[in-house]
Design a protein around this ligand. Sequence first.
Ligand code: 5GP
Length: 194
Amino acid sequence: MTSPGKMVVISGPSGAGKSTVCKRILEDPRVQFSVSATTRAKRPGEVDGRDYYFLDKETFRKKVAAGEFLESASVHGNMYGTLRKPVEDAMAAGKHVLLEIDVQGALQLKDQDVPGLHIFIAPPSFEELRRRLVGRATDAPEVIERRLAKAEDEYRERVKYDHVVVNDDLERCVAEVRRLIGLDGPPTGAGGAA
Ligand code: 5GP
């Protein structure tokens, strides 16, 4: 029998570098990305079913009402949620499932006592976070200020997580997250039937 995989929840403030960390963790074949559903518009290059399931608001609402989501939250004016079925199927097949979700969603999972490993990726400092958000050059100054204020609120929630990993050095941060998930050793030969 395949031993069930873990649900690994990775979140943290925007700009802490969680997407980069998650990409690196997903290079391991024992880990599968949890494709979220969202009502936001598809960005260029994104693929439905790979990056997100892009749903209209009505369909999203129906799925919430039908209990199809493990968690869902409104982020920057759009709805995002983790579908229960693909997460459960992947875990039953022996894969670790990685959820890259916002802090509100992660706390919902904690409150419901869904078993999982909760990791908070923290920026080294708020000055560094500001520098990263400005460096992206994609947002207007008032949007950056709003994101920083939100990041400060989210940072306070880190105490509710199982682990806080500071992303001051990407390699060290990735190594630490891999160790917490139990991925030490070569990334082959495990993962069970996929
Ligand atoms: P983006 O629109 O830039 O892809 O993502 C915006 C934010 O939504 C990110 O902080 C991301 O972690 C979060 N997010 C993505 N999927 C989910 C989800 O299924 N649930 C929750 N709660 N947040 C999500």
